[in-house]
Design a protein around this ligand. Sequence first.
Ligand code: ADX
Length: 209
Amino acid sequence: MEQKGFTLWFTGLSGAGKTTLARLVEIELSARGHKVEVLDGDVIRTNLSKGLGFSKEDRDTNIRRIGYVCRLLSRNGVVAISAAISPYREVRDEVRRSVEQDGAEFIEVFVKCPIMVLAERDVKGLYKKALAGEIKSFTGVSDPYEEPLSPHVLIESDREPVELSVAKIIGELERRQLVPTLVAGRTEAADSFREEETTVHFTLFPALA
Ligand code: ADX
């Protein structure tokens, strides 16, 4: 079966879990035979968007660049996964339209987590600094975050185990027939591997099978 490219677009505050989920979904989709590329905000800002800051203009430029790469990948059969805050609705919608223009699907995943929980966890120590006024224009503290109005998948990362979040995302992709559904742990791709007597591990979470 030829794999269809598409764009899986995570959006949410810093620390909400976008990168973790993107990486887990990447592993799962790779195991099901897809070519996958993750475009992570923190990483992109060290290369493709190096030098950009956090003004609205720079964030929009960052998102347009990531969106453009997602578009190119998606139309060439690759699963493009974006994990950037992408705080502005209008630019997210612009990217969605450009991906769809080329005939690929764009699936928006909102990783929702209350700011109080994020500030409490503060894995990178940035919320403390932002709340103390040491970082200006910090998303959710002193800079806007526009929640998606109707995301395709809603993840409440402070309330659900990560396995459930991954299952919800994979479930949405299966429902759209973008990824093969596992039947008792088997897929078409898996069967063809078996014919070649190769052992492969298909899923990260057997409970999904
Ligand atoms: S976006 O707004 O342009 O989509 P992006 O996802 O690339 O943001 O980068 C966000 C990351 O940059 C955060 O996870 C955090 O580590 C870091 N960061 C540094 N300064 C800020 C800031 N002012 N607002 C948000 N994130 C910041």
